[in-house]
Write a protein that binds this ligand. Sequence first.
Ligand SMILES: [Zn+2]
Length: 667
Amino acid sequence: MDFYIGEKQTKEKKIKFSERTKTTLNKRTRIPKSVTEIDMFPLMLKKGTVPLTEKNVEKVFKSFLTDEQDFFKIVPTDLKLISKSKVGSKWLAKFQQVYQGIPVHKSTVGLTATEDGKMDSISSNFHPRIDVPTKPKINLTNAAQIAKETFKEPDVIRNLKMEDDIKIIFPSVTSKGVTYHLAWKFLLTAGRAYPESEMYFIIDAIDGTILLSYAARFPGARISGHVRGEIYDVDEVATPETVRALQNEQVRVQWSGRAQTDDDGRYSLQLSFLSRLIKFFTGSYRVRFVLEGSYARVEEFNGPRFIERERFSNRTNCDHTWRDADRDHINVFYHMNLFRDWLKSQVGYSWINGWDGSRQFKAEVNRPGFNNAMSGNPMNFGTDPWARSSDIIYHECMHNVLFAIYGDWIGWPVDDEEGYSMDEGFADYFACSFTGDSSFGEGAMAVARNLDNNQNYPSKNTYNIEGHTGGQIIAGAAWDLREILIARFGAANGARLADNMLFDAHQMLANQAQDYYFSDPQESNLLTCLYNTDDGRSHIQEIRAAFWNHNLLQAVLFDRDSYDFSANVVSEFTGGDLYYYQGKFWANNPQQRGVIDLGDVGATTLDAVNIPNTGYTRFGVDAVAGHTYVSMAQEGEDASYIAFRVTEMSGDSSEVTVEYFYHAKVG
Ligand SMILES: [Zn+2]
């Protein structure tokens, strides 16, 4: 086996290794704790002919641990990268130890290497012999209860909330050695009014013992501040800038760690002893602000993150305001966070990035020569207007949300079918619902789209419409549903109801097999899913009305198909209000009640046809293109009728397309 020390190849690595390095052992685990002056290449770098880069540093460092596994006793597959960076001329990477995927409390391995790829040092408190069950016997709720019982103050107890909960392996050190516990770690806080009550707990997940508890804060030596940014005004491009609080933004104080701004753009961070010591000598703290946080990250196109720095000498406060003549990046960061929050509060959805499993919306701005915006990971925003329109930002975010829900785009890359029209239509719809304005993209696009429209669905067989245009049909129906519900329940409740029904329907539709359609009962379709949502069941009439407005109440029926108009479900012969067989409509199976042919009624629309009281038959009326029919609704929907019209019929009568209107409880 090849092995190198410096530039030399050798076979006797062990002797050379211990000779050349400085090693101290962990007294408890008896494995190396600190190794310095390593000064050798990992095999992977082939004597230094392969360069060490940001891209391969994680892999290379892990490979070195594999090279020397006998010596270090560290299992590289049990390490998860926490951070990597280049500081001066050295590469640094820090790993968290995991045991069967569960983080081991405070157990990390840090490695450094010189610029040319020679390993420099390792610092480890890796636990080599963990053997514990990984299935909790005490659930998180019970653990929280155990922790709560340690509080005395009634006001605090009433307000306690849990945050930052995580399952960990907790090593506890006794005189006899180390024992390991599967444990819950979480923060209990009673809110800002009771800062002293914030406590961390680590509770044994097998027997409920409190393994450790400690105050989350201690007095003094904190810094805090307010982070804001200049953005472009919502929906407009040309208006003067405004300064808004930037939430969920990273703030790092050198040597003290990281904080994230809250909803109001405020942060607060404990200053470490080292920070304070350095400040003592240099007179200032160094603070770094990044346009990145738990839920959003913005980078220059094909370039770095946006970072700004402040030095401050004031002990307690360091505010920062992002400003830029071209502030697309600030605008995108701000609006991605807003949209993420809205999804959470409006439809209870916590977005997980479908590509990388993170919770971040990721975007790149200022893509040269790109006169557009594009979803994906990262999203791309091109020339100025695109990154400056909040509508566009929400639209692209929503594409990504739908991608995550469906595990793919709904219809893209087939760009002229109903699936892709839903990609575009619902990216528009949720952007517009958030802004409360049916007009989309004004200020950014030459022609804005409007969801308050009369765009009609042609038919399933003739549909051939580009997605952004076709999207206005289905999003138009969605917007109408929202309007109808707002008229009934008020602005906030109506919109919330519509958003939830539509969002739930997408989650249900995504669970079905491709391809996806607006309403055709032969296919996985949104209409049936809407009916089947919890709220949809009690709002079938409103859904129908909205879909009727856009000519979306249509069904393709094949020979032998029965059809239940109210549920939008096809079956065979039985079930449903009627069935289609050998060129006729029949209603002679259980619960079916009868159908009548009204002939050609000219321009009379289906919602306006007269419903006859008599003349219905259960034994077949001919299907004729252009004829209008009335079907009695099946038993259980008594006194309701469906007016329907044959709009298309195949030459061999094997297939008809009907439009229908459901007359609920007339006559
Ligand atoms: Zn789009």
